[in-house]
Ligand binder design. Structure first.
Ligand SMILES: [Zn+2]
Length: 503
């Protein structure tokens, strides 16, 4: 029976790799089957040097078979299982039963941290296999419940453990995070900005994407960062998804239930945003999974980059193609875009005059229309406070994030309850058909909406967005029926329909 197993990553999942070793007489050679050429060569050198450092000499023809041979694998994760497999075949050590090993070897036998330890731990747990991981990965493995795992600093310690000469350190399960994450920044730290805070509360409650428009220095980034902490804390399942993505990228992990916040810049490469590359890994949009994705200077983004964000915004995942097929990464994000009101940035500013011609402003606004804007439900202006207003607002930050989050949570519960039979979680997810059927207006409401929609030339899609937002506003108020009050507030966040995507 084959007992030595390694792992390889496919998307954010770990797949089991069986390591079979056969040693026959003849001239020395290590042949590895089932790895891409470049990584075979590197893995072979590292494994041989590490074994030599233990005084284990490898002679004869060594055939290492990694099954399944046809699935693509990353060499570094497999150094440790290949070394163990060779030593096991030579009778140097005995692996008692099916066991998973992962780790990259240094030439002197130290075991280096690798990416993907959380997916590997989940796989080991599901298979019921014990797991040996690099010391540097112990922390993330401790966040997975129900896995039997040991941490390895040097391959010598692992061999001593398998020979029964000494014991490796068992990875204990980390303590559960207690309490909700501390908001940073807190809503009460942000002066003024009543309308923007209200828009963010609605966004958080119904999972609506937001556009913030304001001059440089008005606090758009601060507001976007505050949004993650008025969202409900991550559930167990969501937290595991977040950990899986981070582990797959090789980023440090903690047990906090805070939602991710990732900002991308308009100069970012498509690979860094969407994922992919030679060492296939998730991008920023997946690192923001279950949290907030922030695009500052939205009008500067390349069309193709925005186009590639369309799939995650619609489907909650992103597919990345490569030669051997495609992988899928999770990417369910709350999207916040921010931009200046005009090319110079000061249109409508209380202090600085705008230097743009009307036609320049018009051209700038037209640039905003496009693939992503039709996914945005709320638009709000973030004015820069005058020095006087700033002084006046001192100590008047208003409600804390924790208070706002309580209302958001209640509104979320109402939505879960209402849509659970249809399979939706939030108002923003409702497709057109369900929306028309499920979100009813009384006679007054219908008359009001028809009147305004005609006056500001609101498109069919525009009306749908107003209805969804109004439904969330009513849910925040704890009201079952939609009234003209809710519609009027929702319409106010369309900026009078003065934006290009409504036409
Ligand atoms: Zn201007």
């Amino acid at each position: 029976m084959n007992v030595v197993h390694g792992v390889t990553l496919q998307g954010i999942k770990a797949l089991k790799v069986e390591v079979e070793v056969e040693i026959t007489g003849g001239l020395f050679v290590i042949a590895v089957v089932g790895l891409p050429d470049a990584s075979v060569k590197e893995a072979r050198e590292r494994v041989r040097a590490a074994l030599r450092s233990l005084g284990v000499s490898v002679k004869g023809r060594v055939a290492v078979n990694l099954a399944p041979a046809d699935s693509p694998k990353e060499g570094a994760l497999l150094d440790l299982p290949i070394a163990v497999g060779i030593a096991h075949a030579k009778g140097e050590i005995r692996v008692p039963g099916p066991t998973l090993f992962m780790g990259e070897l240094a030439l002197d036998g130290r075991v280096r941290r690798v990416r993907g330890a959380v997916p590997a731990a989940l796989l080991a747990r599901d298979l019921g296999f014990p797991l040996f991981v690099p010391e540097g990965n112990a922390r993330e493995v401790s966040l997975v419940k129900g896995v039997r795992a040991w941490q390895v600093g040097h391959i010598r310690e692992l061999f001593a453990h398998l020979r029964g000469q000494s014991q490796l350190k068992v990875i204990e399960q980390a303590e559960e995070a207690t309490g909700d994450p501390e908001p940073d920044p807190d809503f009460s730290d942000i002066k003024g900005q009543v309308a923007a805070k209200r828009a963010l509360e609605i966004a958080a409650a119904g999972h609506h994407n937001v556009l913030l428009t304001g001059s440089p220095g008005s606090g758009k980034t601060l507001l976007a960062r505050a949004l993650k902490d008025i969202l409900p804390p991550l559930s167990d399942e969501e937290m595991m998804e977040v950990l899986l993505v981070r582990s797959t990228v090789g980023l440090p992990l903690d047990s906090s239930r805070r939602r991710p916040f990732r900002a991308i810049h308009h100069t970012s490469s498509t690979i860094s945003v969407c994922g992919g590359g030679t060492n296939l890994r998730p991008g920023e949009v997946s690192l923001a999974h279950r949290g907030v994705l922030f695009l500052d200077e939205f009008t500067e983004f390349r069309r193709d980059l925005l186009e590639s964000l369309r799939q995650p915004l619609e489907d909650g995942f992103i597919s990345v193609s490569r030669a051997s097929g495609s992988v899928t990464y999770p990417a369910r994000v709350l999207f916040v875009a921010a931009c200046n009101p005009c090319p110079c940035g000061f249109l409508g500013d209380p202090v600085e005059p705008c230097r743009c011609s009307p036609s320049a402003v018009d051209r700038y606004r037209r640039k905003m229309s496009g693939p992503i804007l039709d996914r945005i439900d709320l638009c709000v202006t973030v004015p820069r406070l005058t020095p006087d207003e700033l002084v006046q607002a001192e100590g008047q930050g208003g409600e804390s994030s924790t208070r706002v989050r309580e209302r958001v949570l209640r509104a979320r519960e109402v939505q879960w309850d209402r849509w659970k039979n249809l399979g939706y979680q939030c108002n923003a997810e409702l497709p057109e058909k369900a929306l028309r059927k499920q979100v009813r207006l009384d006679l007054d409401g219908r008359r009001f909406l028809k009147d305004v929609a005609g006056r500001i030339r609101l498109s069919g899609r525009g009306i749908s967005r107003v209805l969804k937002v109004a439904r969330t506003i009513a849910d925040l108020a704890g009201e079952e029926n939609l009234s003209t009050v809710h519609l009027a507030e929702a319409l106010a966040f369309r900026e009078g329909g003065d934006l290009p995507w409504d036409r």
